[in-house]
Design a protein around this ligand. Structure first.
Ligand code: NDP
Length: 263
């Protein structure tokens, strides 16, 4: 019987338990997936071990702290510096980032993308910017303030703040800010966002549980749009398969987890 959990603060809203428990059931695997609200991220490993867990997902605000607490980090997570998946392997905690490949998979239906503008410069922006760069897509990171842009500059990305940004042509515009999550705010002042959208083909918003003002405006401008639901789905599918040594059918996990979005 395997035990898995989502760690974060808050985690009450998370649909990860529903997704993973549906997959456990559909694939006839013995185990359970619970929620663990964690205020102090420094206790993550201790809690994981005390409950003899086999794997976990990590969400806001503990992804960087979880990265530090693993014995080994694999894949693009080594460059991102944050993880959302922990797998116990021969007594060691192995960390992965499945947000980045989950995002790439969810934008695959858009087709060819050569240039992208990322709005926001937080943890999600970092994962997505590095994933796009790995696929040879030219990335520009635009944030309302300068504070978090230094790290992107150091990694070789073109960066701007709202003051020094001039709208130009990008294939894809991605909102990684939390603007629109609990309000009707746009992630960029309208006078900058409108001309940028008018020149673009695709828009993606990491927010998944509501129609945002960003995607409404993008749709109005004729762009092909997508919200963050598939990214959430695919990061879960990839994490679940990692929990079981990548031995399972992705198609079966995907089919089972998709139900969590309709129930
Ligand atoms: P962070 O707190 O690390 O970063 C937030 C970023 O948004 C910062 O750059 C901040 O700018 C900017 N920002 C916040 N509010 C506004 C605003 N009103 N206008 C403009 N910019 C704003 O957050 P994360 O990167 O961890 O998460 C961002 C979003 O991604 C969340 O909504 C989260 O739910 C979602 N998410 C979705 C996933 C999915 O699977 N679909 C997976 C992971 C995250 P500044 O630096 O100036 O403060």
């Amino acid at each position: 019987m395997k035990l898995f959990s989502i760690f974060g603060n808050p985690v009450s809203h998370s649909i990860s338990p529903k997704m993973h428990n549906l997959a456990l059931h559909a694939l006839h695997l013995e185990g359970g997936y619970v929620r663990t609200p964690l205020e102090d991220g420094s206790t993550l490993r201790q809690t994981f071990e005390a409950w003899k867990m086999d794997g976990a997902n990590v969400t806001v605000p503990h992804k960087e702290e979880a990265f530090k607490q693993c014995d080994e980090i694999r894949g693009l997570a080594t460059k991102i510096g944050a993880i959302n998946t922990i797998v116990k392997e021969k007594g060691k905690l192995i960390g992965y980032n499945t947000d980045a490949p989950g995002f790439m998979r969810s934008i695959a239906p858009f087709g060819v993308i050569n240039t992208a503008l990322i709005l926001g410069a937080g943890g999600t922006a970092k994962a997505l910017a590095l994933a796009l760069k790995e696929s040879d897509i030219e990335v520009h990171v635009l944030n309302r303030s300068d504070g978090r842009l230094g790290d992107f500059k150091a990694k070789g990305f073109t960066t701007s703040n709202w003051e020094n940004f001039t709208p130009k042509e990008y294939d894809l515009i991605v909102n990684t800010t939390s603007a629109g999550l609990s309000d009707e705010a746009l992630p960029l002042p309208k006078e900058l966002l409108e001309p940028t959208l008018e020149k673009a083909s695709f828009a993606f918003d990491v927010i998944y549980n509501k129609p945002t003002a960003f995607l409404s405006l993008a749709r109005e401008k004729g762009l092909t749009c997508k919200d963050g639901a598939d990214m959430l789905l695919y990061q879960g599918v990839l994490a679940f398969n990692l929990f079981f040594g990548n031995s399972l059918s992705e198609a079966k996990i995907t089919k089972a987890m998709k139900e969590a979005f309709t129930l």
